[in-house]
Design a binder for this molecule. Structure first.
Ligand code: ADP
Length: 648
């Protein structure tokens, strides 16, 4: 009954097209062929369960095997098989109109082409010079047939010698694709694409160590878990099951913090488990850890557009037959179903976090440091997530206490409202480095937040947008009395002349630091405060912090740090420096430059010259302030130590 014919494609020859355009992604052929085998096996199972099958279904394991000598890769199933008519209908007559247009449009996206046109089977030609289908249908009295095609649009169908029901797909691997005959390669691909298929898939036999050698056993080497965790009922699962599944997915990761079991069947189908990973440091953060499946077949680990951007940092699995996988990414993002899925996942995540917060606040607080980055990222990038998260997101103070936004507002309202009715949130970014300032603020009855997270700088900006009449100020952005200005009265006890004399006395001893500039100012800070305090204005510092995160702001990063050196005019040591300086202060005149022709010569400028006999005390005071800020290093630190010894 030999039959010969042409494959029903309208394009001249589809195979070169397949090879050319799909080349980059050609490993997916294995997924296509194995999942066809699994489909056929599942269909058989259904027939058997309906009682339509004569005889036994038997073992339905799909077998993948490599024959290096023959140069073949074979996938065999015991599924429903195909009759000659079915081969003609499903394999020969591929609907393929407007093929060129389509290929042009989607040439980057192999998935799109393959899925869209049901070319799953034909993807085998990406790696094969010849493919054979040897198949026998489950139907009573059907004859086994062998379809064969060498990559031209011509095929042949012959009778075949096959007694058992099912299909063998025999791929004669191309010379330039020989790596698909390597056991290791096939094993890797099966592990990537077929790990959770619903019917057992065996690749060779299990091996064991015997007499110092690996030898094959009789047992099939089944490479998949046919009932992965996300397909099971949450009620039947224990914490340990979730953790174990996580270890299977990410053997190198620490135990996850939380997980969320997703399970929807209306208005779309979606199951999955998402995990909040424990990140040791921010370098660990990685997108594309979530795996996307379609009926347990691995599709991709790039889920952008399907889950909200901030959740791409999570780990886990999403499985949905309703995500249109075979379309371009831009189409995906505008798809209504996909939008619903994204909204759903975002809501599920915030609901879950909220419920942990409500039911076990202690656990939530304990894990806050680890989950903070996800929640902050979500709040920054997704308005609707912010609205949900604002009731459970936390602020942590330098003492390690946690507060909700509302709780914190109540806490600081009385002490930290300024004269204009603004609530001033004080924060530190480093508990050690800003210790002195934190302590000073606390002594004044203020609370100080710890904002040392990777996303805290942009969070400050977000909070200032969202919280009414609120400002965030770092504890060292001004002397403690001025951090929160409560009245307009300005205590000014030094005359302008004395201020200038004091400034001059310190100016000559200022250290030369790379990219740091100092402005000297004197203020009355009380006798018990430090003689010299270094501060840095909130605005400039924050701009510089932001510039590290946003390339567009690099300009700010280039600017020097502007620091204020505040001299406490109430302190006895500063008073002493002032009187020494007054004693040597000289009024001088700086002559104006020679005028250009026709212009009048300007008056000389008046100035004061201060040359202290001994600058040790001044240098010592400056260095102590620098030391408190961690700014005294290298040679300067060495000089300080030497000078200190001399003074003792
Ligand atoms: P799709 O799987 O998207 O329908 P394919 O090109 O992969 O497209 O397969 C076309 C058809 O060929 C399938 O729908 C199925 O009817 C049939 N087929 C492919 N592989 C097998 C198999 N191993 N056993 C039985 N039928 C198969």
């Amino acid at each position: 009954m030999t039959q010969k014919g042409n494959i029903g494609v309208t394009t001249e020859n589809i195979f070169p097209v397949i090879k050319k355009f799909l080349y980059s992604d050609h490993e997916i052929f294995l997924r296509e062929i194995v999942s066809n085998a699994v489909d056929a096996s599942q269909k058989l199972k259904t027939l058997a369960s309906k009682g339509e099958l004569q005889g036994e279904a038997g073992d339905l394991t799909v077998h993948v095997s490599v024959d290096k000598e023959a140069g073949t890769l074979t996938v065999s199933d015991r599924g429903i098989g195909m009759t000659e008519e079915e081969i003609d209908k499903y394999i020969n007559q591929i609907a393929f109109s407007g093929a060129n247009d389509f290929l042009d449009k989607y040439k980057e996206d192999a998935n799109a082409i393959i899925g869209h046109f049901g070319l799953g089977f034909y993807s085998s030609f990406m790696v094969s010079k010849k493919v054979e289908i040897i198949t026998k249908s489950w139907k009573e009295g059907s004859k086994a047939v062998k379809w064969s095609c060498d990559g031209s649009p011509e095929f042949s169908i012959d009778e075949a010698d096959k007694t058992d029901r099912g299909t063998d797909i025999v791929m004669y691997i191309d010379d330039d694709c020989k790596d698909f005959l390597e056991e290791g390669k096939i094993s890797d691909l099966l592990n990537k694409y077929c790990k959770f298929l619903a019917v057992p898939v065996a690749f060779g036999k299990k091996k064991e160590w015997k007499d110092g050698k690996q030898v094959e056993t009789d047992e099939d080497n089944v490479i998949n878990d046919t009932k992965p965790l996300w397909t099971r009922k949450p009620a039947d699962l224990k914490d340990e099951d979730y953790k174990e599944f996580y270890r299977k997915l990410y053997p190198m990761s620490d135990e996850p913090l939380f997980w969320i079991h997703l399970n929807v069947d209306y208005p779309f189908n979606l199951t999955g488990v998402l995990y909040f990973p424990k990140v040791k440091n921010n370098f660990d953060l990685q997108k594309n850890k979530i795996q996307l499946y379609c009926n347990q077949v691995f599709v991709t680990d790039s889920v952008e557009g399907i889950v909200p951007e901030f959740l791409t940092l999570l780990h886990g699995v999403i499985d949905s037959p309703d995500i249109p996988l075979n379309v371009s990414r831009s189409y995906l993002q505008s798809d209504q179903n996909v939008k619903k899925i994204s909204t759903y996942i975002s809501k599920k995540v915030s609901d879950r976090l909220k419920s942990i917060f409500t039911n076990d606040r202690k656990e939530f607080e304990d894990k806050w440091d680890d989950i903070k980055i996800f929640i902050n990222y979500g709040m920054l990038s997704d308005e609707s997530f912010y609205d949900k998260a604002k009731s459970f997101a936390l602020l942590k103070d330098t003492e390690g206490k946690h507060y909700t936004f509302e709780e914190y507002q109540t806490l600081i309202k009385d002490q930290q409202t300024d004269k204009d009715g603004n609530l001033i949130y004080l924060y530190a970014q480093n508990k050690e480095e800003q210790y002195v300032y934190i302590e000073a603020a606390q002594n004044k009855g203020y609370n100080v937040l710890l904002m040392d997270g990777q996303l805290d700088t942009p969070m400050l900006g977000l909070f200032e947008q969202k919280f009414e009449k609120s400002r965030f100020t770092r504890v060292d952005s001004d002397v403690v009395d001025k951090l929160i200005v409560k009245d307009d009265v300005k205590k000014e006890d030094l005359s302008e002349r004395d201020k200038t004399i004091l400034t001059k006395a310190f100016q000559g001893s200022l250290p030369k630091l790379n990219k740091v500039e100092f402005m000297i100012d004197s203020q009355s800070l009380g006798e018990s405060s430090a003689p010299v305090v270094i501060t840095q204005s909130e605005y400039m510092r924050r701009m510089k912090d932001m510039s590290k995160l946003q390339p567009g702001m690099a300009f700010y990063g280039e600017m020097p740090d502007m620091m204020n050196l505040v001299l406490n005019s109430d302190h006895p040591l500063i008073k002493k420096v002032l009187s020494d300086a007054q004693a040597v202060a000289q009024d001088i005149e700086i002559p104006a430059p020679e005028p250009k022709e026709g212009e009048k010569k300007e008056e000389p400028k008046k100035d004061i010259k201060v040359e202290l006999k001994d600058t040790k005390v001044v240098s010592q005071l400056i260095d102590l302030a620098l030391l408190q800020n961690g700014m005294l290093k290298g040679e300067a630190l060495n000089n300080f130590v030497k000078r200190s010894v001399e003074l003792i």
